[in-house]
Structure formats: C-alpha cells, structure tokens
Design a protein around this ligand. Sequence first.
Ligand SMILES: Cc1ncc(COP(=O)(O)O)c(C=O)c1O
Length: 430
Amino acid sequence: MKQSSGSLEQRASRVLSPVLGHYTWLEVDRGEGSWLITRDGRRVLDLTCGIAVTPVGHAHPRVVAAIQTQAAKLAHICAGVAAYEPNVALAEALTAITPRGLDMVFFGNSGAEAVEASIKIARQTTGRESLIVFRGGFHGRTVGAASLTTSKSLYRKGYGALLPEVHVAPYPYPLDCPITPAHDAETCGQHSLAVIEQMLEHDVPAEQVAAILIEPVLGEGGYVAAPTSFLQGLRDLATRIGALLVFDEVQTGFGRTGAWFAAQRFGVTPDVMTLAKALGGGMPLGAVVAPRAIHERWKTSTHGSTFGGNPVSCASGLATLNVLKDEGLVERANLVGKIIVEELAPLRHDPRVREIRTTGAMAAIEFADKTASKAAIHGALERDVLLITCGSHDQVVRFIPALNISEDDLRGGVRGFVQAAQTDAVGAPA
Ligand SMILES: Cc1ncc(COP(=O)(O)O)c(C=O)c1O
C-alpha cells in the first residue's frame, strides 16, 4: 500500500473534494469534555461543539458506554426491517420533553433530512404546496432544504431551479430591519408579519400555503432570536390559514436556548419540529416530531430511510438526553450564556462591534464586517480557543460551548477571544 505522507490538509487535498469549506485544518486526535487534543498533543478549547452537536462535551463516559454497548450488540438492522429497543426508547424519551402534543417521531439521519421530511409531511397532509420561509434561514444542503435556505446565496450557486412554491419573508433581524427604529425587535417583528400579509395578498393565496417554516433563533444566519410576539403572530396566522407551523430546531434543540426546545422558551407551540445535531449526541440522527393526528395522515411507506433511527445513534442520543437531564444542563444554559456575555463586555464599546447577544447558550458577537470576525477567531485559535462564525457574510462569531463546560474554562476561553479581538484586528487571513 502507498505510504501516506504530508499533513492531513495535504493528504485531503489529494483525495477529498474541495467542495467542503473548512474553518481550520486543526489535526484533532481526540476530544475530552470541552477540550480537543491534536495529533501533536496541543490542547484546544472547543467552543463550537462540532457546530452545536455535543452538548455534554466530547467522550462523555455515559455516552461512550452506550455507544460501545450498542455497537457490540447490534449496529444496524433498519427500523423498517425489524424493531429494536433504542429506537422506541429514544422516541419515548423525546416525546416526554417535546412541547405538549408533539408526541410522535420519525427518525432520519441529519438536519437536512428532517427538513425534507417536514416538507413532505406538510405538503402531503395539507394537500397544499406553498412554503413560507425566512430570509437568512439555514435548513440544510439537500435540494429541498437548500430551496428553503437563504442565509447565503452561495448555498444555491449553480444549482439551477430549486423547489417551486417557496416564498421568502423577512426574518426579524433588528440590525438589518429596513424600518426604524432599527434596533427594536418587536417593531421589526410586526413589520415582518405585515410583509407576510402582503405576500398572501399579492404573491401566494393563503389556501395554498402548506407550511410556515422558521428557525425560532436564526442559527447559521447570525444567532438572532425572533421576538415572542412575532412567533405568536406566526402561530395565529398558521392556524387562521390552515397551514402547519414548522420550527426548525436542529440548532436550537436540546437545552441550547435554556429550555429543552426554543418553542418552550418562547411559549409558542409549532405543529411540527425538525431536530438533529445534539439529538444523536455526536452520532448522525435527525427527527421530525409532530402530533399523532398529523403523523397518522402521512401515508405509510410514502417516506422512509435505511439508516434513520440507527441503533447506535439512538443509544447515543438517549444517553446524551439522560446526561442533560441528570446534570441539570438545560437550566445551566442560561448561566453559560450569561458568563459569555459578561466576559465579552470589554468589546462592548469597540467601534467594530455592532451587538453582543445571547439566547440561553447561543451567544454571539456581531462585527461590522468579516475582516474583524475572521481576525478575531484566527487570533483565538492561536490562543488555543476554537470558534466559528455565522451570518450572511461571516460577520458574527458564535459561541457554542458544551453545556457542562467548567466556568473556569469558559471564562478563560472567552478572555482568549477578547484578547485576540483587541490585539489581532489586522493581519489574519480572510
Ligand atoms: C437550523 C438548521 N437546520 C438544518 C440544518 C442542516 O443540518 P445537517 O447539516 O445535519 O443536514 C442545520 C445545520 O447547520 C441547521 O442549523
């Protein structure tokens, strides 16, 4: 066999498609709690959780044990071929924490697949086709999910006509709101609701709308929470026109916002929720959750999956959910966010900073442009703190720590970022 030589980046450049963008080429050997250990022994604090996937940290002993035990018993059979305990047990555990009434689950493998499933369930059970989504939303990379995604036009580049009957409304993003006062989220939300009413008047008949689909907190689009009054307005609208309200909670789910789901934090119950990321506790897993009455109208065998609800993924997800519960981590998310905001305070009056905000442990600092945000995360990594950006032009740095990160690690990590932002304003790669 040919000897592998060079760095992982060099080897990857020969065999892995360059289509996948990379924040870093950090050569990670293993993870321990909130720390990543590189192949040459460097310890880096992970404030990304692999993009919001590992809420109890890396290699939590209970999650590792669950994965190992299940892998040794049964790694795969397909939920449509035979029944197995972890599949049903995770659905039972999940429906015990989802908003009231959302009591039935279909498992897939990823967030994009969960979103695809939500499009199918909405279209088939309402007999309608149109979908209302929000500018800045990110729902995944498959063709259906990409059709709903407007966080960056790059994600649609060169792919031709995507799904028809997708109508894009403004997300209440106060810093980008076209009306004044620009920073008033409530007013911005009322403006967005008024625009949707205009869309129903001019663009899409209300009786053709199958679903209104939204991230209650914008993830990839910039870590911006929709005001409660706006989400309640969407709830009322969906009920009035007979459409399903779908919350994409792929990034917000499992304690990240300080409640099990953002729906509960905001007190607004959707008809359908899409889940993934933290659901599998590090293993690939996605789900679409809705009331029995909706699932029962989704015709048997018109949707399915070979790997969806895989035994090892479900065992990992169940163990993760139990750790979140037993260690009180959902409640701790608010403290995590508070600590981040406290430590970011020295940047509050920096002229490059537009806003510091958090919803539970979804914390972010928005810069005027990506030069500042990229320089800051580059400098943070030099100080052994891993962070990633979001926002339509990567102008936002997001903090997604494990919910069980120690207070010292968290404060130290955010201080490293602040130091980097203050001193490395220029000179980093774009
Ligand atoms: C809100 C939201 N929906 C859907 C997705 C797609 O998930 P996946 O990458 O697992 O397909 C993401 C991924 O970032 C997301 O943040």
